[in-house]
Write a protein that binds this ligand. Structure first.
Ligand code: PGA
Length: 252
C-alpha cells in the first residue's frame, strides 16, 4: 500500500523562533491525536537542524525545500544534499515551480539535484505541473511527462522507491484557485500511468502522488477521496497549525 502524506512547504516564511514555535505546536497537537497519514514539514534551511532535533521522536518528518546541484566546494551560498542530510532531515522538495521560474532551475539542473539527494540518502518530493497558458492549450499531460522524463525517469527501480511526486498546477499555487478534484484526479491517473510505463504497474501503484495548489481543510477531503490522490503539498495553509491539522484530518 502506498503512503498517504500531507507535507507542508513553508517557503520563505517564519524566522527560526517562529518556525520552532509552529513545529512545537504541531508536534503537541499530533501527539494527542495521531495522524492517519505521514506528516512532513518543509522548512527553510536554517531551521532544519533545530526542527529535526525537536521532532526527533515525533510522527513528523522534516524536509528541505532545495539543495545544491553540486556535491561540495566553492559554491558560495549553496547548501549541499549531504549538509541537508546531516541535519536529520529526511526529505528534500525539488522541482518546485517557484524554483524553476525564479531561479532558472532546468530539468538538467534538477536531475543533478535529484541524483545528489538520493546519493545522500534523502527522499525527494519532486514537483511537476503546468502553467495556466499550458493548461489552456491542453498541454498539461505533455508538460508533466516532460518534467518527469527530464529529471527523474532515469532513476533505477530501487532509487524510484524514494520518490514522491507532487502535481502542482502553477495556476493554482497561492491563487486560491484549486484544480477541481476531477481535474486533479485526471492528471494524477495520467502521471501514474507514465510511472507504470517506466517502472511497471506495481511500482506505479506504490508511488505516492500528492496534489498541491491552494489545498486547504475545506477542499482536502474531496481531493483526497480520489483514488490517485495520495495527499497534499501545502503552502499557505501549512503556516498555521490548526489549518494544517485540518488538512491532515481529511484522512480521518
Ligand atoms: P499553496 O502552495 O498551498 O499556497 O497554493 C502550494 C505549493 O506551492 O507547494
Amino acid at each position: 500500500m502506498r503512503k498517504k502524506i500531507v507535507a507542508g512547504n513553508w517557503k520563505m516564511n517564519k524566522t527560526l523562533q517562529e518556525g520552532v514555535a509552529l513545529a512545537t505546536e504541531l508536534k503537541d497537537i499530533l501527539a494527542v491525536e495521531k495522524p492517519n497519514c505521514e506528516v512532513v514539514i518543509g522548512t527553510p534551511f536554517i531551521h532544519l537542524a533545530t526542527v529535526s532535533e525537536l521532532l526527533k521522536d515525533s510522527v513528523i518528518a522534516v524536509s528541505a525545500q532545495n539543495c545544491a546541484s553540486k556535491a561540495s566546494g566553492a559554491y558560495t551560498g549553496e547548501v549541499s544534499a549531504a549538509m541537508v542530510k546531516s541535519t536529520g532531515a529526511e526529505y528534500v522538495i525539488l522541482g518546485h515551480s517557484e524554483r524553476r521560474e525564479y531561479y532558472n532551475e532546468t530539468p538538467e539542473i534538477l536531475k543533478e539535484k535529484v541524483d545528489l539527494a538520493l546519493e545522500n540518502g534523502l527522499k525527494i518530493i519532486f514537483c511537476i505541473g503546468e502553467s495556466l497558458a499550458q493548461r489552456e492549450a491542453n498541454e498539461q499531460e505533455a508538460v508533466c511527462k516532460a518534467e518527469l522524463v527530464g529529471s527523474v525517469f532515469h532513476l533505477s527501480p530501487e532509487q524510484w522507491k524514494n520518490i514522491v511526486i507532487a502535481y502542482e498546477p502553477i495556476w493554482a499555487i497561492g491563487t486560491g484557485k484549486t484544480a477541481t478534484a476531477d481535474q486533479a484526479e485526471e492528471i494524477h491517473a495520467y502521471i501514474r500511468k507514465c510511472v507504470a510505463e517506466v517502472y511497471g504497474a506495481e511500482a506505479a501503484e506504490d508511488t505516492t502522488i500528492l496534489y498541491g495548489g491552494s489545498c486547504k481543510a475545506s477542499n482536502a477531503p474531496e481531493l483526497f477521496a480520489k483514488p490517485d490522490i495520495d495527499g497534499g503539498l501545502i503552502g499557505g495553509a501549512s503556516l498555521k497549525a490548526p489549518d494544517f491539522k485540518g488538512i491532515i484530518d481529511a484522512w480521518k
